[in-house]
Design a protein around this ligand. Structure first.
Ligand SMILES: C[S@@+](CC[C@H](N)C(=O)[O-])C[C@H]1O[C@@H](n2cnc3c(N)ncnc32)[C@H](O)[C@@H]1O
Length: 253
Protein backbone atom coordinates (compact mmCIF):
# COMPACT_ATOMS: atom_id res chain seq x y z
CA UNK A 1 0.00 0.00 0.00
CA UNK A 2 1.35 3.44 -0.93
CA UNK A 3 1.00 5.99 1.83
CA UNK A 4 0.81 9.51 0.52
CA UNK A 5 2.49 12.21 2.56
CA UNK A 6 3.62 9.81 5.27
CA UNK A 7 3.92 11.45 8.67
CA UNK A 8 6.76 10.22 10.86
CA UNK A 9 5.35 8.43 13.89
CA UNK A 10 4.59 5.18 15.59
CA UNK A 11 1.58 3.01 15.11
CA UNK A 12 0.32 0.08 17.13
CA UNK A 13 -1.92 -2.84 16.56
CA UNK A 14 -3.13 -5.52 18.92
CA UNK A 15 -1.74 -9.00 18.42
CA UNK A 16 -3.45 -12.13 19.67
CA UNK A 17 -1.79 -14.76 21.80
CA UNK A 18 -1.23 -17.16 18.90
CA UNK A 19 0.60 -14.52 16.89
CA UNK A 20 2.68 -13.42 19.88
CA UNK A 21 3.62 -17.05 20.59
CA UNK A 22 4.60 -17.63 16.94
CA UNK A 23 6.77 -14.54 16.92
CA UNK A 24 8.49 -15.44 20.18
CA UNK A 25 9.05 -19.05 19.14
CA UNK A 26 10.50 -17.89 15.82
CA UNK A 27 12.84 -15.50 17.60
CA UNK A 28 14.15 -18.15 20.00
CA UNK A 29 14.43 -20.78 17.26
CA UNK A 30 16.49 -18.39 15.15
CA UNK A 31 18.68 -17.51 18.14
CA UNK A 32 19.10 -21.03 19.56
CA UNK A 33 22.43 -21.95 17.94
CA UNK A 34 23.99 -18.56 18.64
CA UNK A 35 22.71 -18.66 22.25
CA UNK A 36 24.21 -22.09 22.81
CA UNK A 37 27.49 -21.11 21.12
CA UNK A 38 27.75 -18.04 23.36
CA UNK A 39 26.55 -19.51 26.67
CA UNK A 40 26.74 -23.31 26.35
CA UNK A 41 30.24 -23.67 27.79
CA UNK A 42 29.42 -21.44 30.75
CA UNK A 43 26.10 -23.21 31.40
CA UNK A 44 27.73 -26.66 31.31
CA UNK A 45 26.03 -30.02 30.75
CA UNK A 46 24.74 -30.84 34.22
CA UNK A 47 24.50 -27.80 36.48
CA UNK A 48 21.88 -25.29 37.48
CA UNK A 49 23.16 -21.77 36.95
CA UNK A 50 20.58 -19.30 38.11
CA UNK A 51 21.86 -16.35 36.12
CA UNK A 52 24.64 -14.93 33.95
CA UNK A 53 26.50 -13.86 37.10
CA UNK A 54 27.29 -17.54 37.59
CA UNK A 55 25.34 -18.38 40.76
CA UNK A 56 25.09 -22.17 41.00
CA UNK A 57 22.27 -23.90 42.85
CA UNK A 58 24.92 -26.21 44.34
CA UNK A 59 26.46 -23.08 46.00
CA UNK A 60 23.30 -21.21 46.91
CA UNK A 61 20.81 -23.95 47.85
CA UNK A 62 17.86 -21.69 46.98
CA UNK A 63 15.59 -24.64 46.16
CA UNK A 64 16.35 -26.59 49.35
CA UNK A 65 16.38 -30.40 49.15
CA UNK A 66 15.05 -31.58 45.80
CA UNK A 67 15.45 -35.37 45.99
CA UNK A 68 12.06 -36.96 45.35
CA UNK A 69 10.39 -33.63 44.49
CA UNK A 70 8.52 -33.10 41.24
CA UNK A 71 10.07 -30.04 39.60
CA UNK A 72 9.18 -28.05 36.50
CA UNK A 73 11.90 -25.94 34.90
CA UNK A 74 10.23 -23.21 32.84
CA UNK A 75 12.10 -21.99 29.78
CA UNK A 76 14.77 -24.63 30.29
CA UNK A 77 16.72 -23.91 27.09
CA UNK A 78 19.40 -26.59 26.74
CA UNK A 79 18.19 -28.00 30.09
CA UNK A 80 21.51 -28.24 31.95
CA UNK A 81 19.61 -27.13 35.07
CA UNK A 82 16.92 -29.77 34.63
CA UNK A 83 19.64 -32.43 34.24
CA UNK A 84 21.33 -31.22 37.45
CA UNK A 85 17.99 -31.53 39.27
CA UNK A 86 17.50 -35.05 37.89
CA UNK A 87 21.02 -36.00 39.00
CA UNK A 88 20.09 -34.75 42.50
CA UNK A 89 17.12 -37.12 42.56
CA UNK A 90 14.25 -34.81 41.51
CA UNK A 91 11.55 -35.93 39.09
CA UNK A 92 11.98 -33.09 36.69
CA UNK A 93 10.41 -31.88 33.45
CA UNK A 94 12.13 -29.28 31.26
CA UNK A 95 9.72 -27.07 29.31
CA UNK A 96 10.54 -24.61 26.56
CA UNK A 97 8.70 -22.87 23.75
CA UNK A 98 11.50 -23.31 21.24
CA UNK A 99 12.28 -26.52 19.34
CA UNK A 100 15.67 -25.00 18.48
CA UNK A 101 16.54 -24.68 22.17
CA UNK A 102 15.18 -28.16 22.94
CA UNK A 103 17.38 -29.67 20.21
CA UNK A 104 20.34 -28.48 22.28
CA UNK A 105 18.71 -30.08 25.32
CA UNK A 106 18.65 -33.42 23.45
CA UNK A 107 22.34 -32.98 22.55
CA UNK A 108 23.09 -32.20 26.20
CA UNK A 109 21.27 -35.36 27.31
CA UNK A 110 23.34 -37.45 24.89
CA UNK A 111 26.62 -35.80 25.89
CA UNK A 112 25.99 -36.13 29.63
CA UNK A 113 24.06 -39.41 29.75
CA UNK A 114 21.39 -37.68 31.90
CA UNK A 115 18.10 -37.67 30.01
CA UNK A 116 15.14 -35.64 31.28
CA UNK A 117 11.62 -35.45 29.90
CA UNK A 118 11.33 -32.38 27.67
CA UNK A 119 8.12 -30.64 26.64
CA UNK A 120 7.71 -28.02 23.94
CA UNK A 121 4.98 -25.67 25.13
CA UNK A 122 4.17 -22.11 26.08
CA UNK A 123 4.47 -21.07 29.72
CA UNK A 124 1.05 -19.43 29.25
CA UNK A 125 -0.63 -22.77 28.49
CA UNK A 126 1.11 -25.46 30.51
CA UNK A 127 0.12 -28.95 29.31
CA UNK A 128 0.04 -30.44 32.82
CA UNK A 129 -2.66 -31.47 35.25
CA UNK A 130 -3.57 -29.21 38.17
CA UNK A 131 -1.29 -29.61 41.22
CA UNK A 132 1.28 -31.73 39.37
CA UNK A 133 4.47 -30.15 40.80
CA UNK A 134 6.16 -29.44 44.13
CA UNK A 135 8.50 -26.78 42.74
CA UNK A 136 8.55 -24.53 39.68
CA UNK A 137 11.80 -22.73 38.96
CA UNK A 138 13.17 -20.71 36.13
CA UNK A 139 16.61 -19.35 35.31
CA UNK A 140 15.81 -16.39 33.06
CA UNK A 141 13.41 -18.63 31.15
CA UNK A 142 9.97 -17.69 29.87
CA UNK A 143 8.76 -15.26 32.55
CA UNK A 144 10.48 -12.09 31.23
CA UNK A 145 9.47 -12.91 27.65
CA UNK A 146 5.74 -13.53 27.85
CA UNK A 147 3.25 -10.84 26.90
CA UNK A 148 1.00 -11.59 29.89
CA UNK A 149 2.95 -12.23 33.06
CA UNK A 150 -0.23 -12.39 35.16
CA UNK A 151 -1.42 -15.31 33.03
CA UNK A 152 1.96 -17.03 33.47
CA UNK A 153 1.70 -16.67 37.26
CA UNK A 154 -1.82 -18.10 37.21
CA UNK A 155 -0.64 -21.09 35.16
CA UNK A 156 2.22 -21.78 37.55
CA UNK A 157 -0.20 -21.51 40.48
CA UNK A 158 -2.52 -24.03 38.81
CA UNK A 159 0.17 -26.69 38.31
CA UNK A 160 1.65 -26.36 41.82
CA UNK A 161 0.26 -28.49 44.61
CA UNK A 162 -0.82 -26.70 47.81
CA UNK A 163 2.42 -25.95 49.66
CA UNK A 164 4.32 -26.00 46.35
CA UNK A 165 6.80 -23.20 45.64
CA UNK A 166 7.69 -20.91 42.77
CA UNK A 167 11.19 -19.39 42.81
CA UNK A 168 11.94 -16.29 40.79
CA UNK A 169 15.27 -14.57 40.30
CA UNK A 170 15.65 -11.69 37.91
CA UNK A 171 16.50 -8.02 37.40
CA UNK A 172 14.73 -5.64 39.75
CA UNK A 173 13.79 -2.60 37.71
CA UNK A 174 14.06 -0.42 40.84
CA UNK A 175 17.84 -0.99 40.79
CA UNK A 176 18.59 -2.20 37.23
CA UNK A 177 16.62 0.39 35.32
CA UNK A 178 19.40 1.42 32.95
CA UNK A 179 21.08 -1.84 31.95
CA UNK A 180 17.72 -3.65 31.73
CA UNK A 181 16.96 -1.86 28.48
CA UNK A 182 20.22 -2.92 26.84
CA UNK A 183 18.46 -6.10 25.66
CA UNK A 184 16.34 -6.14 22.56
CA UNK A 185 14.02 -8.87 23.90
CA UNK A 186 13.25 -7.24 27.27
CA UNK A 187 9.86 -5.62 27.39
CA UNK A 188 8.39 -6.18 30.82
CA UNK A 189 10.16 -4.39 33.65
CA UNK A 190 9.26 -5.72 37.09
CA UNK A 191 10.30 -4.69 40.56
CA UNK A 192 10.20 -6.82 43.70
CA UNK A 193 7.01 -4.97 44.65
CA UNK A 194 5.17 -5.38 41.36
CA UNK A 195 6.29 -9.01 41.13
CA UNK A 196 5.02 -9.68 44.67
CA UNK A 197 1.74 -7.92 43.88
CA UNK A 198 1.28 -10.01 40.72
CA UNK A 199 2.02 -13.22 42.58
CA UNK A 200 -0.48 -12.35 45.30
CA UNK A 201 -3.14 -11.52 42.70
CA UNK A 202 -2.56 -14.98 41.22
CA UNK A 203 -3.30 -16.49 44.65
CA UNK A 204 0.24 -17.01 45.97
CA UNK A 205 1.50 -16.18 49.44
CA UNK A 206 4.85 -14.45 49.00
CA UNK A 207 7.06 -16.12 51.56
CA UNK A 208 10.40 -14.50 50.91
CA UNK A 209 11.54 -11.34 49.10
CA UNK A 210 15.11 -10.18 48.67
CA UNK A 211 14.88 -6.94 46.66
CA UNK A 212 18.67 -6.69 46.31
CA UNK A 213 20.28 -10.08 45.91
CA UNK A 214 22.77 -10.40 43.06
CA UNK A 215 24.46 -7.79 40.89
CA UNK A 216 23.22 -7.47 37.30
CA UNK A 217 26.43 -7.70 35.32
CA UNK A 218 25.22 -9.46 32.20
CA UNK A 219 27.00 -7.16 29.73
CA UNK A 220 29.94 -6.30 31.92
CA UNK A 221 33.40 -7.78 31.69
CA UNK A 222 33.67 -8.48 35.42
CA UNK A 223 35.02 -11.98 36.16
CA UNK A 224 32.45 -14.64 37.11
CA UNK A 225 34.74 -16.86 39.16
CA UNK A 226 32.95 -19.25 41.57
CA UNK A 227 35.13 -18.06 44.44
CA UNK A 228 33.96 -14.45 43.95
CA UNK A 229 30.33 -15.60 43.85
CA UNK A 230 30.86 -17.59 47.08
CA UNK A 231 32.49 -14.62 48.75
CA UNK A 232 29.69 -12.30 47.63
CA UNK A 233 27.03 -14.66 49.02
CA UNK A 234 28.76 -14.58 52.41
CA UNK A 235 28.85 -10.79 52.60
CA UNK A 236 25.25 -9.47 52.76
CA UNK A 237 26.36 -5.83 53.26
CA UNK A 238 27.67 -5.99 49.67
CA UNK A 239 24.17 -6.94 48.50
CA UNK A 240 22.85 -3.57 49.64
CA UNK A 241 25.39 -1.84 47.39
CA UNK A 242 25.68 -4.11 44.35
CA UNK A 243 22.39 -6.06 44.43
CA UNK A 244 20.25 -5.27 41.37
CA UNK A 245 18.47 -8.58 40.99
CA UNK A 246 15.62 -9.72 43.16
CA UNK A 247 14.84 -13.16 44.51
CA UNK A 248 11.32 -14.19 45.54
CA UNK A 249 9.78 -17.37 46.84
CA UNK A 250 6.00 -17.71 46.48
CA UNK A 251 3.96 -20.53 47.97
CA UNK A 252 0.60 -21.84 46.86
CA UNK A 253 -1.42 -21.89 50.11
C1 LIG B 1 17.40 -16.55 28.24
S1 LIG B 1 16.88 -18.16 27.76
C2 LIG B 1 17.25 -19.07 29.26
C3 LIG B 1 17.40 -20.55 28.99
C4 LIG B 1 17.94 -21.35 30.17
N1 LIG B 1 17.04 -21.29 31.31
C5 LIG B 1 19.33 -20.87 30.54
O1 LIG B 1 19.58 -20.59 31.72
O2 LIG B 1 20.16 -20.79 29.63
C6 LIG B 1 15.10 -18.03 27.78
C7 LIG B 1 14.38 -19.31 27.42
O3 LIG B 1 12.98 -19.12 27.63
C8 LIG B 1 12.30 -19.74 26.55
N2 LIG B 1 10.98 -19.10 26.41
C9 LIG B 1 10.70 -17.84 25.97
N3 LIG B 1 9.38 -17.63 25.99
C10 LIG B 1 8.81 -18.76 26.46
C11 LIG B 1 7.48 -19.16 26.71
N4 LIG B 1 6.44 -18.33 26.47
N5 LIG B 1 7.23 -20.38 27.20
C12 LIG B 1 8.25 -21.24 27.44
N6 LIG B 1 9.55 -20.93 27.21
C13 LIG B 1 9.84 -19.70 26.74
C14 LIG B 1 13.20 -19.51 25.35
O4 LIG B 1 12.93 -20.39 24.29
C15 LIG B 1 14.58 -19.71 25.97
O5 LIG B 1 15.00 -21.04 25.90
Amino acid sequence: MLIENPEPGVTRRTVGRAEARRASRGWWDADADAYQAEHGGFLGDVQLRWCPEGLLESQAGLLGPVAGATVLELGCGAAAGARWLAAEGARVVGLDLSAGMLRHALDGAKASGVPVPLVQADALALPFADQAFDIVGTAFGAVPFVDDSAAAMREVYRVLRPGGRLLVLGPNIRYASRVYWDFFDHHLPLSDRSMAEGLELAGFRVEHVRPRFLPYTIKSRLPRWPILVRLYLRLPPLHRVFGKQMFLVAVRP
